[in-house]
Design a protein around this ligand. Structure first.
Ligand SMILES: [Zn+2]
Length: 250
């Protein structure tokens, strides 16, 4: 079985859809609009449309792409009524197969109640839950929910490639450095990200291991971050909540 090929597709101002293709299957993850997806397909047929959550900038292309390609729409069962054109509802604990490739579903609520991550062999699509050096806003959940959702993602192997829903990386890095300026991994990543963006290159994918070393939302036990927040003895969820509050105002 040939390994899956993953291609980022820039959509709208800063969204990423992704084409995932293998033997006889081709999916798009989170198509906000059909145009850039069709361009990237170069005549290939879509078999599946995968949605990590219901927001329009992740599902806006469902209708047109389903109509053109007859693709099967797969999304969170818990948000069935908010996913346009959904055919297959998936949830945690139940496997789903993409052609011959087994895919695991992680339920990661907080950005939205029904948010899921698609775990492919060595790759995870995190939507707006985990970003490069960031996490999604808490539109439909609490800090404790997001903290638990991120912890689920952190159980994946460190070399798992992380494909997120937006190109927010440079701004996320700037924010991370306000809390942890002494983090050498973060300093190095800031340089790499700034260089990539100056050339107009995407900063995806990241990896679980790199996120653990540089993403402040995953680093609630960092002494430097705790000192910056005056929360040396607080519990992890309190530290997480304060990082999220500061990022909302950044
Ligand atoms: Zn969203």
């Amino acid at each position: 079985m040939a390994p899956l090929r993953i291609e980022p597709v820039g959509c709208l101002a800063d969204n990423y859809a992704y084409l995932v293709s293998g033997d006889a299957v081709c999916a798009v993850v989170d198509p906000s609009e059909p145009g850039p997806v069709e361009t990237a397909l170069k005549g290939r047929q879509l078999t599946h449309i995968l949605n990590t959550h219901h927001h329009w900038d992740h599902t806006g292309g469902n209708g047109a792409l389903k109509q053109t390609h007859g693709a099967v729409v797969v999304g969170p069962q818990k948000d069935r009524d908010r996913i346009p054109g959904i055919d297959v509802g998936v949830e945690g604990g139940r496997g789903w197969s993409f052609g011959a490739h087994p895919v695991r579903i992680l339920e990661v609520p907080a950005h939205t109640r029904g948010a899921i991550a698609f775990v492919f062999p060595n790759a995870v699509f995190t939507g707006d839950t985990l970003f490069a050096m960031g996490c999604g806003r808490l539109f439909e959940g609490t800090p404790a929910m997001m903290h638990a959702s991120l912890a689920k993602l952190m159980t994946l192997p460190d070399d798992t490639q992380v494909y997120c829903g937006h190109e927010y990386t440079l701004n996320n890095a700037r924010f991370a450095l306000t809390l942890e300026p002494g983090n050498k991994d973060l300093q190095a990543r800031m340089r790499a990200v700034a260089a990539a963006r100056a050339k107009g290159e995407p900063t995806v994918p990241s990896s679980i291991g790199l996120e653990k070393r540089t993403n402040p939302f995953l680093r609630t036990s960092s002494a430097e971050i705790r000192a910056a927040l005056n929360l040396e003895t607080a519990d992890a969820v309190e530290v997480f909540a304060e990082i999220r509050r500061r990022k909302d105002a950044f």
